[in-house]
Design a protein around this ligand. Sequence first.
Ligand SMILES: NC(=O)c1ccc[n+]([C@@H]2O[C@H](COP(=O)([O-])OP(=O)(O)OC[C@H]3O[C@@H](n4cnc5c(N)ncnc54)[C@H](O)[C@@H]3O)[C@@H](O)[C@H]2O)c1
Length: 249
Amino acid sequence: MDIQGTTAIVTGAASGLGQATAAMLTDAGAKVAALDIAFSDAEITADVLKHPCDVTSEASVEAALAAAQSAFGSARILVNCAGILESRRVLGREGVMPLDHFRHLIDVHLIGTFNVARLFADSARQLEPLSEDGHRGVIVNTSSVAGLEGQIGAVSYSTAKAGIAGMTLPLAREFAREGIRVVAIAPGLFETPMAAGLRDTAQEQIMSAVPFPKRLGQPREYAALVRHICENDMLNGEVIRLDAAIRMP
Ligand SMILES: NC(=O)c1ccc[n+]([C@@H]2O[C@H](COP(=O)([O-])OP(=O)(O)OC[C@H]3O[C@@H](n4cnc5c(N)ncnc54)[C@H](O)[C@@H]3O)[C@@H](O)[C@H]2O)c1
């Protein structure tokens, strides 16, 4: 799909991977609706609409997508980057994990990703196809290597990220008849405010397991993969690791 002239939705766009993705998409000629719970007011320029949005809320996502549609027309690209990172053991020093901790991480990542994806797909399926293949749009979700090799203390986050990986193929199969592709990216450790929030020891332990290149990923490298996924119509139904060959210890 040609990004030039399309409308794109990016969640978690106030920071990190989402912010870099929104910048890449505008550079490539898209109109971008940048959604984030951190935005307090809607703000619009020629090619970016910043809009407050809580991905866990049906009403909030509906309102944000409606604002994007009236500003730029229906979107053909969705990139889900909203997320939070909180670690906690099930049986920790403070006692058993409160159920709400687990529920909250599932809510933001898994329910949030699904919530935006379903409403985006319902709108994109009503658009004219762009090609003889019947291509209408693409969804890129963000899983994590932690969803594939979760560590102690990450059960809530890892379960949510595994769910995002797990929804990729069934969504790609279901949306095939609508001409909407679904791909997930499973990043290793990337240099964002989220990664900066990890304890030094946790960051060092993860970095020691990175074969090459032995450094944090850059948000622009994540955005470059999003760009390739948008532009390469054969990519569908896949979870792509972007991780310098890390296998989490
Ligand atoms: N940085 C990494 O190393 C890494 C690795 C693997 C996966 N990820 C995933 O990539 C995504 C982006 O992470 P990041 O590193 O850019 O983090 P980040 O903290 O820099 O950005 C996340 C953004 O999501 C927003 N957000 C949080 N809850 C929200 C909600 N309910 N509704 C809307 N927006 C919400 C935050 O306000 C923030 O702007 C996350 O899903 C994260 O789990 C990150």
